[in-house]
Ligand binder design. Structure first.
Ligand SMILES: NC(=O)C1=CN([C@@H]2O[C@H](COP(=O)(O)OP(=O)(O)OC[C@H]3O[C@@H](n4cnc5c(N)ncnc54)[C@H](OP(=O)(O)O)[C@@H]3O)[C@@H](O)[C@H]2O)[C@@H](O)CC1
Ligand SMILES: [K+]
Length: 548
């Protein structure tokens, strides 16, 4: 008997976020991922998908840790463990010293995983049951490993149906405490792949989730890998589609990797002038918070808005930004100007922004609501009604809450929002017929009637004060030029549609994140003013790369 060979013709796993592929990636939750698996399994010889999964896993393990002679595979009771068994036989054939530690029972193992275990045994792979003795031995082994040992986490994948506790939680803690490198199969065990959160921990306990160096997503990546806690637990995310058609089953989310940005930041034509790219008004900067408004204005300028005005709420701060003389301090815009402008409202707005909102909601052609503008709407039913009326009338609005602002709008806690970021963002988008960016690790962009998108760029360098103001301004700038350019091309009212707003929002989130990654690849803190300044550099770099 020979193991199924590495299929040299099959594509290798791909790194999802560091590769050059900028196309959107469909993401399926656990239910639809199982449906995808079931549908394709019916059309293929028995065990094919798991064999492909094992091949992809073994191939990636060798590529990521070529010098690891010892590979410890910790396999769980279900098919996630089956992937581990499939890879074990191949890795053993490839000359590695492999051992599978198995937490399962033969009579309860699913058919695919059972066949994979028998195959591994047939190739002489040692399989150690994780009973009390096995667990002690594993703890002892992993405590003595260094980074040269590879541990494959095949404990739990999409079949997670409760918080990891008891022995499985102990195993997760043992792996996390080890110095070994960790490659997780499909999901870091313990992570809820649908949401990127942890299932509620047992009373008094902490959630147990693997901290992987790498994760190999199989078939269709789970949405939760890319948002909430997902990125921190998953490490670098790799993916293999196992040669199936992901479109055969409806997806639940989309990973945005730059396609929308490419559609929005189109090359500027020679005969265009500043009027071609529209006016942006930044309205915010209450007492001692003028910086927030200037940051947004600088970002809008860097992103290519035609003219940028700043209407500061604190009259005493109405001076120019001497570092950026292009920015114009302006008096309160009237309805006609608002009706021809993109307005970014609320950055450092304090409570003063509330008085401005009725006019902005009624007249602004395009409206970005950030920070204190969102808090004002959460606190005032009349503003809530005005925003609803704006949505019904078809005038586009983008809301950019962080989780706490979203919680205020939804009347729940920030922890509730983080438990299901997709649901929170979609509820807000549907309630007001707006585009919503729920900020945080893996910003979620939701709009009525659209699948939620997750922004794939960015890192923790953006976790600094003023970062949100820069995003709001960046969005204002890109939206202004996008809507104006589309109006040029289409001369129709649809130039201001919610779809244009959504495209600009996806583009802004991408650019904001990509700029931070370029400036601070190791995610060390970045002052927001540096990010604002560098947005233009990143735009110019991308434009130059396009021409090359
Ligand atoms: N079949 C195929 O062709 C392919 C399958 N694929 C792979 O299959 C994976 C999905 O497999 P799966 O559905 O068997 O689920 P899996 O993640 O192994 O876990 C289920 C087991 O865990 C248990 N359990 C759950 N939560 C628990 C907890 N907190 N603490 C303790 N136990 C817990 C649960 O126990 P039960 O609830 O039944 O008591 C059950 O025994 C997917 O992620 C991918 O890796 C891919 O290779 C593509 C091809
Ligand atoms: K896993």
């Amino acid at each position: 008997m020979t193991p199924h060979p590495f299929d040299a013709a099959s594509a290798p796993p791909r790194s999802v976020l560091t590769g050059r592929d900028r196309s959107n990636l469909l993401l399926h939750d656990a239910r639809h991922g199982s449906e995808l698996e079931r549908l394709h399994a019916l059309a293929l010889p028995p065990h094919t998908l798991m064999q492909r999964a094992g091949q992809a896993l073994a191939r990636l393990a060798i590529a990521l840790a070529p010098h690891s002679r010892r590979i410890e595979i910790v396999a769980g009771p279900g098919n996630n463990g089956g992937d581990g068994f499939e890879a074990a036989a191949l890795l053993q054939q490839a000359g590695k010293t492999v051992r599978v530690w198995w937490l399962g029972q033969p009579d309860r193992q699913p058919a695919d995983a059972g066949a994979a275990r028998l195959r591994a045994l047939a190739f002489g792979v040692p399989v150690v049951p994780i009973d009390d003795t096995g667990q002690t031995l594993l703890q002892d082994t992993l405590s003595r490993c260094d980074h040269g040992t590879l541990v494959i986490d095949a404990l739990l994948g999409r079949g997670l149906n409760r918080a990891a506790d008891g022995r499985i939680a102990e195993l997760i803690a043992t792996i996390n405490a080890s110095a070994a490198a960790v490659l997780a199969v499909d999901l870091p065990s313990g992570l809820n792949g649908d949401t990127g959160s942890w299932p509620p921990a047992p009373a008094g306990g902490a959630a147990a989730v693997i901290d992987a160096d790498w994760t190999l997503a199989l078939l269709s990546p789970a949405p939760g890998l890319f948002t909430g806690s997902g990125r921190d637990h998953a490490g670098e995310i790799w993916w293999h589609d196992l040669a199936v058609d992901l479109q055969a089953v409806p997806a639940q989310a989309v990973l945005e990797r730059g396609a929308a940005f490419d559609a929005v930041a189109v090359p500027r034509r020679h005969a265009q002038h500043k009027g071609s790219f529209g006016d942006v008004w930044v309205i915010g900067g209450a007492a001692s918070m003028a910086g927030a408004a200037w940051l947004a204005a600088r970002a809008a300028l860097q992103c290519g808005a035609g003219r940028v005005y700043v209407d500061l709420l604190d009259a005493r701060s109405r001076h120019a930004d001497t570092l950026h003389p292009e920015l114009m301090p302006g008096a309160t815009p009237d309805a006609a100007r608002l009706g021809a402008s993109t307005v970014v409202a609320g950055c450092g707005g304090g409570t003063d922004i509330a008085a401005r909102l009725p006019s902005l909601l009624a007249h602004a052609a395009r409206l970005v609501l950030d920070a204190d503008a969102l808090n004002a709407i959460a606190a005032d039913p009349a503003l809530d009604r005005a925003l609803r009326a704006r949505g019904t009338s078809g005038r586009p609005t983008v809301m950019t809450p962080h989780p706490l602002e979203a919680a205020r709008l939804l009347g729940c806690s920030a922890a509730d929002v983080q438990r299901n970021r997709f649901e929170a963002a979609q509820t807000l988008a549907d309630r007001w017929q707006v585009v919503v960016v729920l900020k945080g690790s893996g910003s979620v962009i939701a709009a009525p009637g659209e699948l939620p998108s997750i922004n794939g760029s960015g890192n923790a360098a953006l976790a600094t004060p003023g970062s949100g103001d820069v995003l709001a301004g960046c969005l204002g700038g890109l939206w202004s030029r996008h809507a104006s350019t589309r109006r040029d091309a289409a001369s129709g009212p649809h130039a201001d549609s919610l779809q244009t707003a959504r495209q600009a929002t996806l583009a802004a989130c991408h650019l904001h994140g990509a700029t931070a990654q370029a400036l601070s690849p190791q995610a060390e803190a970045l002052p927001a003013a540096r990010v604002a300044e560098a947005l233009g550099d990143e735009l110019r770099r991308i434009a130059a790369a396009r021409r090359a």
